[in-house]
Ligand binder design. Structure first.
Ligand code: PMP
Length: 440
């Protein structure tokens, strides 16, 4: 292998990105000295930015005490404290935290927990899961089967479980009909979900799974008012569980710790990751209600699960400190304020742009959608790979932004997703929009 050629298999097995050698708050530093403003927090995870001294100190303290103890022999101080921090106050009835190493693991743990729960309570026929098109729940085979992104699923379709079916997402910009009110749109989606329960047989459905604000595949799409209340009602009526995937939109990203707090409902099972550890360590968690967990613990006790690195002490110490910093520095209020500024600045900059069809999101989780024609909302030809080109041009201009989705279904346009660290300043937000404006 010639000089300069990398032995690392990178994400797509093709491109070798530049090396990152340092981090400094909202900035990432490349090997050639360039400073890149991390406007997407990586993939919406770096909520405290890079090299936060309190998190580094917590990790190093834990590493010098105990780096690892296998969870079949031991629990650990940071794991207990993190679980207490996450669910000690039982938010929305979530009472237990199953600590894993990332989002896909958290989603799959939730799916298996739901399945095991129905076996325990004498409803083993509940084997079906309903998800939504244009969703992303992870890249491992179980999580990929749940996801509704046609382009990602296609090559691996023979390996994906047929237990998952997919309904229309609550994506107003593309799915709402001309002249339809938001309430009618919600009613139509609810009727479609109800019809899917009936098609499968309501007693055969274990759970409905959705992202409260859809991230990577659609670009920060919140549901219209009332949608999640309607979904919750349908699940309750049929005795099915509601699993919310807050891997990307959770842990403060939208201005509340959990995005579902803004929907007036709570899930039975929830997946979190990214912002949980803020990128300092690989960590995720599946949160679940007491009745679900206790029925398994008091029943067969048969949850055939577990990962070698689950509840890793250094990862838990890092996540605990990330969450403490968010509280101590009242960063959720800051997310709300900066989020309003980001939305306002995006609207000023792109509101009249002839190729920006939609600007949307919540808190510090905002996206623009690019379309060939604003009137018809027709996307650009996918072969142009427009969002990837904007990412590359923005990067040259010192801005790291995330090319979400990108005409994956031949209908929706290219998205550019912004998810800056919660510690960003007002000037950083202005700089993000200016640099993105130049790139677009
Ligand atoms: N669910 C959602 C909503 C996500 O955005 C992601 C990651 N982008 C995942 C699950 C998978 O998480 P991970 O990459 O940590 O496995």
């Amino acid at each position: 292998m010639g000089a300069g050629k990398s032995r690392v298999l990178h994400r797509s097995l093709r491109e070798t990105p530049p090396r990152a050698v340092g981090g400094d708050g909202v900035w990432l530093i490349a090997e050639d000295g360039r400073r890149i403003l991390d406007a997407s927090g990586g993939a919406a995870l770096s909520c405290l930015g890079h090299q936060h001294p309190r998190v580094l100190e917590a990790m190093s303290r834990q590493a010098s005490k105990l780096a690892y103890a296998h969870t079949s022999f031991f629990t650990s101080e940071p794991a207990e404290a993190l679980a207490e921090k996450l669910v000690g106050h039982e938010p929305g009835g979530l009472a237990y935290a199953y600590l894993v190493s990332g989002g896909s693991e958290a989603v799959e743990a939730g799916i298996k927990l739901a399945r095991q729960y129905f076996i325990e309570i004498g409803q083993p026929q509940r084997q079906r899961f309903i998800a939504r098109r244009q969703s992303y729940h992870g890249n491992t085979l179980g999580a990929l089967a749940a996801g509704g992104n046609a382009w990602r699923r296609e090559p691996y379709a023979p390996l994906l479980s047929a237990a998952f079916s997919h309904v229309t997402p609550a994506f107003a910009y593309h799915e709402m009909r001309a002249g339809e009110s938001e309430a009618d749109f919600v009613a139509r989606l609810a009727a479609q979900l109800e019809a899917e329960f009936q098609r499968l047989g309501p007693d055969n459905v274990a759970a409905f799974i959705a992202e409260p604000v859809v991230g990577a595949t659609a670009g920060c799409v919140p549901a219209p008012e009332g949608y999640f209340r309607a979904v919750r009602d349908i699940c309750d009526r049929h005795g099915a569980l509601l699993i919310l995937d807050e891997v990307m939109c959770g842990m403060g990203r939208t201005g509340t710790r959990h995005a579902w707090e803004q929907e007036g409902i709570a899930p039975d099972i929830q997946a979190i990751a990214k912002g949980l550890g803020g990128g300092y360590q690989p960590i995720g968690a599946m949160l679940a209600g007491a009745s679900i967990v206790d029925s398994i613990r008091d029943g067969s006790g048969a949850f055939q699960h577990g990962h070698t690195y689950m509840a890793h002490p250094i990862a838990c110490a890092a996540a605990l400190e990330v969450q403490r910093v968010i509280d101590d520095e009242q960063l959720l209020d800051r997310v709300k304020d900066l989020g309003r500024q980001l939305e306002r600045r995006l609207t000023e900059r792109f509101g009249n742009h002839r190729h920006v069809g939609d600007i949307r999101g919540r808190g510090l989780f905002q996206a623009i959608e690019l379309v060939a024609d604003r009137a018809t909302r027709v996307p650009f030809d996918p072969s142009l790979k427009l969002n990837q080109r904007i990412k590359a041009i923005a990067f040259e201009g010192g801005l790291g932004c995330y090319p979400a989705g990108g005409c994956v279904d031949g209908r929706s346009g290219d998205h550019v997703l912004l998810a800056p660290p919660y510690i960003a300043t007002s000037d950083d937000i202005d700089m993000i929009v200016d640099r993105l404006g130049r790139a677009v």
